[in-house]
Structures are given as C-alpha cells and as structure tokens.
Design a protein around this ligand. Sequence first.
Ligand code: HEM
Length: 169
Amino acid sequence: MLLAGHETTANMIALGTLTLLRHPDQLARLRETDDPRLIADAVEGLLRYLTIADSGIVRFVQEDTTIGGQPVRAGEGLIFSLPAANRDSAFLQDDPDRFDIHRQARGHLAFGYGTHQCLGQNLARTELQIALPTLLRRLPELRLAVPFEDVRFRSHTLAYGIAELPVAW
Ligand code: HEM
C-alpha cells in the first residue's frame, strides 16, 4: 500500500505541477476556477498524459484469441504498455501527444483495466483534485527554480517520476 499508494500520488503531484508550469495558459485557467468538473477533467487529463505506471502490465492469456490482428494462445504471456495505450490514436484521434485540460480524457487506462484495476483510484483522484488547485492558489508566483532541462526524471522505477522539483514562489 505504501508503494502503490504513496509513490504514485507523490509522483503525480510533482509531475502534474511540472506539466502545468510548462502549460501556463492552462495553469492560469485551473488556478482561477472553482468548477469541480474542470478540475476533475484536468486531473484525468494529467493522469492520461503522464501515465506514470509505465513499467508494463503482465497478463496470461486464458483462451486462444486475437489481439490487434495478432493471434495469441492460451497460456502465453503478454506485456501491455499503458502509456502507449493512452496515446493511441484509436483512443484519442486528435493529437494524442497534446496535453489539454479541456479535452475529454475519461476512459484512459492510467489505472489499468479489469480485475486488477487500481484499488486506490478514487483516493488518488481526490488527492490530486485537492492538492494541485490548492498549491496553485496558495502560491500564485510558483515557478521552476532551474531550467527545465536540468529537471532529473526517474524513468527506471516502479512509477515514472521526478527525483526532485526545485521551485520558487
Ligand atoms: C495516481 C495514482 C495511482 C496510479 C497512476 C495507480 C496505478 C495503478 C495501476 C496501473 C494498477 C494496475 C496494476 C495491474 O494491473 O497489474 C494499480 C493497482 C493497484 N493500486 Fe494503484 N495507482 C495509483 C494510486 C493508488 C493508491 C492511492 C492506492 C491505495 C491507497 C493504490 C493501490 C493499488 C493497489 C492495492 C493495486 C493492486 C490491485 C490488484 O492487484 O487487484 N493505488 N494502480
């Protein structure tokens, strides 16, 4: 629970803050709104765009079937990429690599899918819907304290994240 419940949301808050700082117009819109629907859309957008559970979801095939035109047999193993699924043009036709708090991102797979879908997803959503707007409101001058190129990302860990996020306000 500590890894699944803390590492993930902590990384999402830091990466979400960085993403918003890189999209100042959307940050400004989120800072000024108290519309819960827009806040929820922004959080879903961040979850989709960042998809921090990026280490590959492993499943075993139960019965012979076909996935994406490829036959798979019962007993074979499959590894799924959630970031690839969330940026697939079959899911979002219009420029899936673009972050936009106004676009409809519901139905994304950032929390996985099926029996093992994230147990804590509603807690995670609530944390993000509270933490990000509160941070932006309380620190109106929030900005990166180092050039973006100097931010150190952690990509070979359980959840994608940032080693540290130096900010000033
Ligand atoms: C933004 C935050 C989070 C993300 C992106 C996330 C992502 C995921 C993903 C993709 C899975 C599915 C793994 C699989 O299919 O093998 C998962 C499972 C799980 N998550 Fe989360 N999670 C987050 C927050 C949390 C929180 C806050 C908790 C608990 C407090 C939590 C507890 C769990 C547990 C227990 C499972 C395993 C469920 C099972 O195997 O049946 N997660 N999470």
